[in-house]
Design a protein around this ligand. Structure first.
Ligand code: 6GU
Length: 229
């Protein structure tokens, strides 16, 4: 999988060089490259923003540098996925991460200021599968951190990336419920006991207990997932 990001702060992506993603990269499963949007400007000040038509607060990212970036980064005759990061996008979910993990080429377009001129989104649809995606109901200063969140969630689902395929099947959100609580040794710690069913060796009982815990946790922390909201 080839992943790229276009940003006015490409240095934000430095951590992707390290850790888990670094390992997937070493194994040749994924490549990553961050690009500086200002490379596609032509004025002395490398201007990427301007005032909004219709008035209002803040600045809007100009279309021209983005257009030239995609002219260069979208290969002729291929159809990569281009993800525009925006709090106004569709929600990023485990399901979307699973879909995107099948992609050959993903380009993240990281907006800053009050967003990117909407015509960039429309024009990019002529050459790519375009998604406007949000990572949650809060506002970040820019899409760089959101892109990193998505990159981590997507790359760990690439076949061959994680050692244990079962831990992906069992984890939170992959069955629409939150994960059950986990315990390890010692069985007694600071006066707190591990639930006895987990020490029993009765696999059917353990499975039943874990499912009940999943439901209780989900009802308490995320009633929306159960359709209660
Ligand atoms: Cl993708 N971008 C920004 N700027 N803020 C966000 C977001 C994205 N998702 C949630 N908040």
């Amino acid at each position: 999988m080839r992943i790229e990001a276009v940003s006015i702060f490409p240095d934000y992506f430095q951590p992707l060089e390290l850790s888990l993603l670094g390992k997937a990269r070493e194994a040749g499963l994924v490549s990553f490259q961050a690009h500086d949007l200002r490379a596609w400007t032509h004025d002395r000040h490398k201007t990427v923003d301007d005032t909004p038509y219709g008035g209002g607060a803040g600045m809007v990212m100009k279309p021209e540098p983005w257009g030239e970036a995609f002219d260069q980064l979208i290969p002729e005759g291929s159809e990569p996925v281009v993800i525009f990061t925006t709090p106004a996008g569709i929600p990023f979910t485990q399901g979307l991460a699973q879909e995107l993990a099948k992609s050959q080429h993903i380009i993240f377009a990281c907006g800053r200021y009050e967003g990117i001129d909407q015509r960039v989104v429309e024009h990019t649809k002529t050459r790519a599968k375009v998604l406007e995606v949000s990572i949650g109901d809060y506002v970040l200063n820019g899409g760089e951190v959101a892109a990193m969140v998505m990159i981590e969630a997507i790359t760990r689902l690439i076949p061959g990336f994680m050692g244990n395929a079962e831990s992906i099947v069992e984890e939170s959100h992959s069955d629409g419920l939150l994960e059950y609580p986990s315990f390890t040794k010692p069985a007694s710690w600071r006066g707190l006991e591990v639930p006895t069913v987990l020490l029993s060796g009765h696999h059917a009982e353990i499975e039943k207990w874990r499912k009940a815990q999943q439901l209780e946790r989900t009802e308490r922390n995320r009633p929306d997932l159960l359709g209660y909201l």
